[in-house]
Structures are given as structure tokens and as C-alpha cells.
Design a protein around this ligand. Sequence first.
Ligand code: ATP
Ligand code: MG
Length: 249
Amino acid sequence: MEISGEMTDSRTVIRTRDLSKELPLGKVVVHALRGVNLDIYAGEMVGIVGPSGSGKSTLLGLIGGLDKPTRGTIEIDGIDVTNMNEDQLTEIRNEKIGFIFQFFNLIPTLTALENVALPIQFARKSKFDPEKRARELLELLGMGDRLHHRPSELSGGQQQRVAIARALANNPPLLLADEPTGNLDTEAGAMVMEALQDIRRESGTTVVVVTHDQQIANSTDRVITLVDGRIVGDVMVDEARNHAPSVLK
Ligand SMILES: Nc1ncnc2c1ncn2[C@@H]1O[C@H](COP(=O)(O)OP(=O)(O)OP(=O)(O)O)[C@@H](O)[C@H]1O
Ligand SMILES: [Mg+2]
């Protein structure tokens, strides 16, 4: 099944330069991001790790057009989005980006199938049949036997897989996930990460996962570490494994 037209190549899907975010907090200013330069390429699966307050969610929110930087630039898929107005950003979000959150954010009164079909029904000119597309995505994510269950009738891991299918509904080239396993046990978390890897492998979708869990980060291809609003590490996971003491391999 074609779930995305984008295949792995050297195209830069996310490019930030000197990206900075300052937030007023009473009388002081919090430097949430301090000059982040980052290039993420098409088809990569990237983990962003770092301690609480290091700026992970701020970075993801800026990349996703949910917030504006104080300084610096952001390009998404070759388009400079830095100075876009709210309407233009909404269009970029709808066309290019799928979001996944820690608390799933599914609509409780709708079935799995209806939750996934909804964004396709809302899209202005979709090439997909909502129900057919929703069914295919849910089957791909191992949820084919849960199509007519409501969120309350699903486990956390199953709800997150429905949320992933929903994020993919309109075929975005980029998936952004903030702590997608934060509310799941180890096993369900691992399944969600496998599902994201499958999506990336099969469709070339670029995936960025924010997590504070090093184990989860190690199931991506490339791990970027933020400390105090700055990138302090950027390693390929295979390299990291190769350089690890043999007992850790
Ligand atoms: N609305 C806000 N107003 C003021 N300061 C904020 C606001 N949102 C975030 N911050 C501050 O910006 C910094 C970065 O926050 P951010 O939420 O990006 O961290 P994080 O790495 O995602 O942390 P966590 O792992 O706890 O989710 C923190 O010091 C935080 O206190
Ligand atoms: Mg956060």
C-alpha cells in the first residue's frame, strides 16, 4: 500500500538556523531554545532526548508551526515557514505534518475507524476515500480487528496506534511525536516504536520522536540530545551501538 509518496533521499525536510525561543516568566526571561541548528533529512527517524525543561517540546512546537521563534529560521520541506501568518501555518500543518501526543487525544465518542477517517473528511481536496484509507492504515498498524471499538474499549498502546493512523491519514511527509510512549508500559511503548519504524521503512515518512527515555530513543536511527536549549549531541544509533562496550551490543 502506498501510504506516502515521499521516499528516503537526501532532501532536507527540517532545517533550523539559530532557532531561539525566549519566554517571559514573571520578571525574568526563560531561554527555552538557544540557537539550534538542525538538519533532518527525508526518511530519517530521529529521537530528541534531554532532561526535563531542556527545550524538547519547545523545539517540536516550533518545527510543527504551533509556536513562533523569537529568533532564527525554520524551513519545512524547503519552505521557509518562519514568518508565515496563522492561516498559512495552518495549511502547512494540514498538508505536511502529522502530530502524535502523549495522551492520544482521540475523540471518545467515535470508533477507531471514525477517528482516523475524520481528518480525511475535513481535508479540503483529499485523494483518499476516508473509510477505505482509515481501514488500510489501521490494518497496517495491526488494528484491523479493532476498527469499531471506541477509545475506552482499547488499551493505551492500541489507542496510540489509532492516533498514529490518524496522524498519517492525509499522508504527511513528516510525523512529529511528543512523548508518544510516555503514558505506556515498556511493552506497549516498544510496539508503538516498532509501528513508527514500520511506517518510516514502508513509506519514507520522516519521523521525529521526543522522549526522555534513552531506551526509546535507541529504537530510532539518530539521537539528538538537548541540554539547556542547546544541541549537545547528535549521533547515529548504529554508530553509538558499535562504539558501545560489547556487553551493551
Ligand atoms: N509557556 C511558558 N512560559 C514560560 N516558560 C516556559 C513555557 N513553556 C515552557 N517554558 C520553559 O521553557 C523551558 C523548556 O521547556 P520545554 O517544555 O520545551 O521542555 P521539555 O524538554 O519538553 O521538558 P519535559 O521533558 O519536562 O517535557 C523550560 O525551562 C520551561 O520551564
Ligand atoms: Mg516536553
